[in-house]
Write a protein that binds this ligand. Structure first.
Ligand code: SAH
Length: 215
């Protein structure tokens, strides 16, 4: 299979035609080999218009959703970013091309290790992956210019909000229950947080202290 051709077509059909316009996001998604982030037996589906299983009952997000979330972060290249829910590491790789430094948190060690391996192989050196509960953020490294959460929370975690850079820090997070979730963009201005809803989505749950209860 010609993965490069499939990837370029993904960008045209799934991203550009649906309103992703940020040229840096489109370029990053033209470059990063998504097929490297999915299990070998489903590699030929890597550029399909859907999420795919990556083990531990988790999924790699649909390309379009990665595009929407990355664009909503409004990155220009100099930012420090926190990602919650590394999963396969695919969005981490995209973010590594869009910002200066990425911290990424994943609760499953096995996924974090898999993602680290691929990112290292691809030469993404501005990324640090930690195993832990991302609903608590990463206080030691705060504040962040941007935070992205790839799992649905019952409400906006106050911890994450407070770790945003006070002048214009952005948080993109799906909020809702198992049935219905909205993608929300929160912009911090001092002690004010403006919330904007940008779409209806379906994510796996954020499991943690400020997320849903796990098993
Ligand atoms: N962007 C990733 C999405 C993976 S799915 C990708 O495209 O591959 C969401 C991930 O969030 C899962 O791997 C899940 O294990 C992780 N997750 C859920 N709750 C978490 C928490 N509290 N802290 C860190 N990671 C969490």
């Amino acid at each position: 299979m010609d993965y490069t051709a499939a990837r370029l077509e993904m960008v045209e059909k799934q991203l550009k035609e649906r309103g992703i316009t940020d040229p840096r996001v489109l370029d990053a998604m033209r470059v990063i080999p998504r097929h490297e982030f999915v299990p070998e037996n489903i590699r030929d589906h890597a550029y399909d218009d859907s999420p795919l299983p990556i083990g531990q009952d988790q999924t790699i997000s649909q390309p379009y959703i990665v595009g929407v979330m990355s664009q909503a972060l409004k990155l220009t290249g100099g930012e420090t970013v926190l990602e919650v829910g590394t999963g396969s590491g695919y969005q981490t790789a995209i973010l590594s091309l869009l910002a200066r430094h990425i911290y990424s948190l994943e609760r499953f060690a096995e996924l974090a290790e898999g993602a680290s391996d691929v990112l290292e192989r691809l030469g993404c050196t501005n990324v640090e992956i930690y195993v832990g509960d991302g609903s608590q953020g990463l206080a030691d490294m705060a504040p962040f210019d941007a935070i992205t959460v790839a799992a649905a929370a019952p409400s906006i975690p106050g911890t994450l909000r407070s770790q945003l850079q006070p002048e214009g820090g952005r948080l993109v997070i799906p909020v809702g229950d198992a049935k219905e979730q909205f993608l929300e963009v929160i912009t911090r201005r001092g002690n004010r947080w403006d919330v904007q809803r940008i779409g209806s989505v379906r994510f796996v749950p954020l499991i943690g202290t400020f997320g849903f209860k796990g098993d």
